[in-house]
Design a protein around this ligand. Structure first.
Ligand SMILES: [Zn+2]
Length: 297
């Protein structure tokens, strides 16, 4: 694991004005009416582990992610009310992973936001995030489904949020995108300064999706699923990093080395900068994902 200083680095160099700070993360203003919750998942406080955010329009407020625990969602909703005068009216889950979805019932304590996810994401939360929880199940049963074939536009009043179906980190991921200001909430398709979890990855689909998320505009603000708010240089460093993993996995697969051995021996070149590893298992897991794909399994 990383030394404490580097574990906390991204909490100490926020992108925007920090409007609230907790042991589990900081809420940063990234544009007018747009805030990112940047979690500090190695702090030991598991209220939130993933990033998320708030997008406010004239008529509604959208909260992004359900977080690891209901207390995380409830906290974000309380912040939304303080900042905008409104409890979230909508919630979108980017994918099914527990750290993004399991606390979604926390939004029910102060309102009843319309909650949206793809059908696949809803089904995966229900079948894989066990044990089930009655409050979470109740929210999931009322989820409004997002299209998996075309973008869905959520109109918050003077502010249109495009929810774009993608995949590769899991079987179903979505990004939430604004054109003005130029902000993309990437879900776990993008991680910044933290090595991604390939547990459910379809690596070449991930690689293609990441390239599709990148905008030509250099002033784009990317809110990753984990790690600090990213700009284009951070984004491109991430692309280089996942490409490095791909090349290493293809080489070791061709040479007949097991994914476990290749992953255990793997290191990233110093030229790619520092990448925090959430656990030692993350490299072998990435190689496993590539081997699954290369075997055609
Ligand atoms: Zn994830």
């Amino acid at each position: 694991m990383m030394p404490f200083a580097s574990r906390m680095a991204w909490a100490q160099s926020p992108f925007g004005d920090v409007v609230a700070r907790e042991p589990f993360g900081s809420l940063e203003k990234v544009a007018d009416g747009v805030w990112a919750l940047i979690s500090t998942p190695l702090s030991g406080d598991r209220t939130t582990l993933s990033n998320g955010g708030i997008i406010a329009g004239r008529d509604g407020v959208l909260a992004i992610e359900g977080f690891n625990m209901p207390q995380g969602a409830e906290w974000l909703a309380g912040q939304a009310r303080q900042l905008t005068g409104k409890w979230p009216t909508r919630v979108v889950l980017t994918h099914y992973h527990a750290d993004h979805a399991n606390g979604v019932a926390g939004y029910q304590s102060g309102g009843h936001p319309a909650t949206r996810a793809t059908e696949r994401t809803r089904d995966l939360v229900t079948t894989k995030n066990l044990p089930a929880d009655a409050a979470r199940s109740a929210v999931l049963s009322g989820v409004e489904l997002l299209s998996t074939t075309s973008p869905t536009t959520i109109d918050l009043g003077g502010r249109a949020v495009k929810v774009i179906p993608r995949g590769g980190h899991t079987d179903s991921d979505v990004t939430l995108e604004l054109d003005d200001p130029n902000v993309v909430f990437c879900g776990d398709l993008v991680w910044n300064g933290m090595f991604p979890n390939y547990v459910d990855a379809q690596p070449s689909r991930l690689s293609a999706a990441v390239r599709a998320v990148r905008r030509s505009s250099r002033d784009t603000i990317y809110v990753p699923g984990h790690g600090a708010v990213a700009r284009v240089a951070d984004f491109d460093r991430y692309v280089s990093m996942i490409d490095e993993v791909e090349q290493a996995a293809r080489r070791s697969y061709a040479s007949g080395t097991s994914a476990a051995d290749a992953g255990a021996a793997f290191t990233l070149p110093a030229s790619l900068g520092e990448w925090v590893l959430f656990s030692k298992a993350f490299y072998p897991r990435a190689f496993d994902a590539w081997y699954r794909e290369l075997k055609g399994a």
